[in-house]
Design a protein around this ligand. Structure first.
Ligand SMILES: [Zn+2]
Length: 94
């Protein structure tokens, strides 16, 4: 059975030391398979609004346990969305 997961992680903001939160969603076809269809969501600092995609000090990144999430009702559709997903897939192959 397909499961949808939400992943959250947080790290320190370069500009104000506040909490930058970033998330991704992933699909797991079954319990024994790896997650697929991972979609990254933009990161933003909760304190100052600075958009910082990567932690400057990865050692301080905090990962929260993934939680089961209902699949979105309106997935990305149209040409722009498929081009975006293609780009992500290409990046994941490295
Ligand atoms: Zn900040």
């Amino acid at each position: 059975m397909k499961s949808y997961y939400l992943h959250l992680r947080a790290f320190s903001c370069d500009q104000c030391q506040g909490a930058v939160v970033t998330g991704s969603t992933a699909v797991r076809e079954s319990d024994i398979q790896r997650e697929t269809e991972i979609t990254q969501v933009g990161a933003i600092c909760l304190s100052c609004g600075h958009r910082q995609n990567e932690a400057t000090d990865p050692g301080k990144t905090r990962d929260f346990p993934p939680v089961l999430w209902d699949p979105p009702k309106e997935p990305l559709t149209g040409h722009a969305a498929s081009a975006y997903l293609e780009m992500l897939n290409r990046e994941n192959r490295h």
